[in-house]
Every structure is written in structure tokens, then in C-alpha cells.
Design a protein around this ligand. Structure first.
Ligand SMILES: CC(C)(COP(=O)(O)OP(=O)(O)OC[C@H]1O[C@@H](n2cnc3c(N)ncnc32)[C@H](O)[C@@H]1OP(=O)(O)O)[C@@H](O)C(=O)NCCC(=O)NCCS
Length: 237
């Protein structure tokens, strides 16, 4: 079996689409249209990864860069992706925002997701970004929704009393839950449209000159110290 992890290319599109449809079959087989993937590859090629097994793309992870201001705590998937346009991508931002990760159902539990996350972490380190942030689905929540609040459910997943295919995976990869998002992904009936806001900190992050200057002078820089709210341009996206 040959396994290659590499940056995504537009030539992968047909296989990527098939894998994505299978991956999300439980919530309607949503997939990215070709022009959207093309735009993402144009904006941020080094942030998009896929895994090829025996010549077939069976897994992928997609990301953009945003400002801390832009990923203010409560937000929806539609907002963070700029109505799915990726116009929210800002190469000068400090956060790598994970917009998708999926592994074909026949290839799950083989640590392909882990490899994609390792590639994403390396990308975050290489670009000297402060952290990776993502809104994570909680697809097993629908089985517990009648007995447990989302908070209670997430606590049980963190304590390993319940296994959630997505949240357990993200926790195993060193992410921590920073808040609960409501109405995050339209049509995500499995998660009851709840999601976790997840963060992985790049401990090797080197502050920029402006940030060091702030430490000396107390002068705020927009890049880091904006309030944790959604900026007007972002909210209108
Ligand atoms: C979430 C997803 C990407 C995980 O991919 P995966 O390749 O199956 O995950 P991995 O094999 O890399 O698992 C990594 C860790 O997750 C946990 N995990 C994964 N599958 C598990 C299972 N069946 N039982 C218990 N733990 C499991 C383990 O802790 C594992 O840690 P380990 O490497 O120490 O064993 C995959 O389930 C998926 O595509 N889901 C549908 C799409 C989706 O919802 N994406 C998330 C959008 S927010």
C-alpha cells in the first residue's frame, strides 16, 4: 500500500469530491464546488493537504488564515468562511483556521486524520502563526440530545465516558475546547448544529516586532489585541 501526504492540487478535485460526499453522507453529502477549491488553492495553497492511498485521494484538510478578531468566540461556519467564499482569508492574520477535515469512511481509524493534523501543525509552525482554531462538529450528540445538554455531552467526551468520532479525534490531537458554538453548520443534524470551538497553541510562536514593541510601550496592535468580537467586515461577509 502506498501512502502519500502532500499539498492538494486542482487535479485532485474529482477524487476529493467523491471522498467528501462519502465522508458527509450522514448529513446530505455536502461538498465544495470546484471553483471554491480552485479559489482556496489560489489564496493559500500551502494550507491545503490531502492523503493519497494507492493513487486515490481518501482524506483532506483545508484551512484559511484569519485574525484573532475575525474568529471572535461566537460565529458560524458561514461567517468564518465569508459565505463560503474564503474572502475572510487574511495572509497577515495570526490564526490558522481549519475549515474542513475528512477521511473516507473506509479509511478511518488508521491515523490518516492525525497525519493531516500533523501537516497542519507544521504549516502553522512554518508560517509562525499563533494557533490553530477550528469549529468542530459533535456528530454523536444527536444520540444523547434528549438526556444531555451540549455542555454535559462535551464534558463526558472530554472525560472519555462518551466517544465522539470528531471531538474525540480533536482532543487526541491536543486541541482544547474553548467554547460551545450554536447554529454553527447549517444542516448538521447529527450535531444539532452545535459545535465546539477548538484551539491548539503553537508553543514555538515567535512574537512579531510590533507585539514586542507593545510589551515595551503598552501600545496596542490590531493584530493581537482586538476585542474577541466579530469585526464589522467579517460579520457582514
Ligand atoms: C474526524 C475524522 C477526520 C477522524 O479521522 P481518522 O483518520 O479516523 O482519525 P485517526 O485515525 O487519525 O484518529 C486519531 C485519534 O482519534 C481517536 N479515534 C479515531 N477513531 C477512533 C475510534 N474508532 N475509536 C476510538 N478513538 C478513535 C483516537 O484517539 C486516535 O488516537 P490514536 O492515534 O492515539 O489512536 C473522521 O472521523 C471523519 O472524516 N469524519 C467525518 C467528517 C467530519 O465530521 N469532519 C470533522 C469536521 S469538524
Amino acid at each position: 500500500m502506498s501512502l502519500i501526504i502532500r499539498n492538494l492540487s486542482i487535479n485532485d478535485y474529482d477524487q476529493l469530491k467523491d471522498t467528501m460526499v462519502e465522508s458527509y453522507s450522514a448529513i446530505g453529502g455536502q461538498y465544495w464546488r470546484k471553483e471554491r477549491i480552485q479559489k482556496l488553492l489560489h489564496l493559500f495553497p500551502e494550507g491545503q493537504f490531502c492523503i493519497e492511498v494507492d493513487g486515490r485521494v481518501v482524506a483532506a484538510a483545508l484551512a484559511i488564515i484569519v485574525n484573532r478578531v475575525d474568529c471572535g468566540e461566537q460565529h458560524t461556519y458561514e461567517q468564518v468562511t465569508g459565505h463560503y467564499s474564503f474572502d475572510t482569508h487574511d495572509p497577515a492574520g495570526s490564526i490558522l483556521y481549519g475549515i474542513d477535515v475528512f477521511v473516507h469512511p473506509n479509511f478511518r481509524g488508521l491515523r490518516l486524520g492525525r497525519r493531516l493534523y500533523d501537516a497542519r501543525k507544521n504549516c502553522c509552525r512554518r508560517l509562525n502563526l499563533r494557533a490553530i482554531v477550528a469549529g468542530g462538529r459533535i456528530p454523536a450528540y444527536c444520540r444523547y440530545a434528549e438526556q444531555l445538554s451540549p455542555q454535559h455531552y462535551i464534558d463526558k467526551v472530554i472525560q472519555k465516558e462518551i466517544y465522539d468520532p470528531t471531538l474525540s479525534f480533536q482532543l487526541a490531537n491536543g486541541f482544547r475546547v474553548t467554547c460551545i458554538l450554536t447554529n454553527y453548520l447549517k444542516g448538521d443534524t447529527e450535531s444539532k448544529e452545535y459545535a465546539t470551538l477548538l484551539e491548539w497553541k503553537n508553543v514555538g510562536y515567535k512574537p512579531t516586532r510590533a507585539e514586542l514593541k507593545h510589551k515595551e510601550t503598552g501600545v496596542k496592535t490590531d493584530r493581537l489585541y482586538g476585542p474577541l468580537t466579530i469585526s464589522p467586515s467579517f460579520a457582514a461577509a
